[in-house]
Design a protein around this ligand. Structure first.
Ligand SMILES: C[S@@+](CC[C@H](N)C(=O)[O-])C[C@H]1O[C@@H](n2cnc3c(N)ncnc32)[C@H](O)[C@@H]1O
Length: 198
């Protein structure tokens, strides 16, 4: 029902989408997972042509990728460092036959951005700085990881071709290279739409 509605562009409340998850994962939603309406807006911008390969940098419980895959003609790839979240995302995609999505258990530093066409980033590395609402205890936050992961992403994005699209949500902009132009902003400036200028 949820995925059928998304495919038909019928509005889905966050509380409805989050019923796909256990209570523990649902409780993390407000702080850690992209709201459905934001995911749709971001995915619409990133998939400007069918079959665009979109990488979610830190896919969490798969929410952005699942919404994007169901509501656009793109192919979504979610890279996530927590094995349990990758497993959960895969299970939901399989159960609901969402086919244009793939979840990869990996650290982002092992991923080459040259394999993808467009990118989504929801402040994934901030958990190393703000430890007030941890996802779990399996990843030990380290201040210095915020900068090293951001540097990796900035370097990879800088190497992407002209006109590459990027959407950031609640980002500090640390990971955005100067070669990207801000096209427009929404949600009081926390949702930003970028394009590589050169
Ligand atoms: C704020 S959540 C966003 C989840 C998802 N993109 C969404 O919008 O629903 C960030 C996720 O990034 C993951 N993450 C953080 N650092 C990472 C890294 N270096 N490599 C892969 N995943 C990472 C975290 O485990 C967390 O699940």
């Amino acid at each position: 029902m949820i995925f059928k509605s998304l495919k038909k562009n019928i509005e889905i409340e966050d509380s409805t989408f989050n019923m796909l998850y256990s209570t523990r994962i649902r409780r993390l939603s407000e702080r850690h997972w992209t709201p459905v309406a934001i995911a749709k807006a971001a995915a619409d911008y990133l998939v400007d042509k069918p079959n665009k390969k979109v990488l979610d940098i830190g896919a969490g419980a798969g929410k952005f990728c699942l919404v994007g895959a169901a509501s656009t003609k793109g192919i979504f790839y979610g890279v996530e460092q927590r094995a349990s979240l990758t497993k959960l995302s895969k299970k939901i995609a399989e159960k609901h036959q969402v086919e244009n999505v793939e979840f990869i258990h990996s650290n982002i530093t092992d991923i080459s951005f040259s394999d993808y066409d467009a990118f989504y980033f929801y402040n994934s590395f901030f958990e190393n700085i703000d430890t007030s609402c941890p996802i779990d205890k399996n990843i030990v936050p380290k201040n210095e990881l915020f900068l090293s992961y951001s540097n990796y992403v900035r370097d990879q994005l800088h190497k992407t071709p002209k006109n590459t699209r990027l959407v950031t949500y609640w980002s500090t902009w640390e990971e955005i290279p100067e070669s990207f132009d801000l096209e427009y902003s929404a949600c009081d400036g926390v949702l930003n739409f970028w394009k590589k200028k050169s």
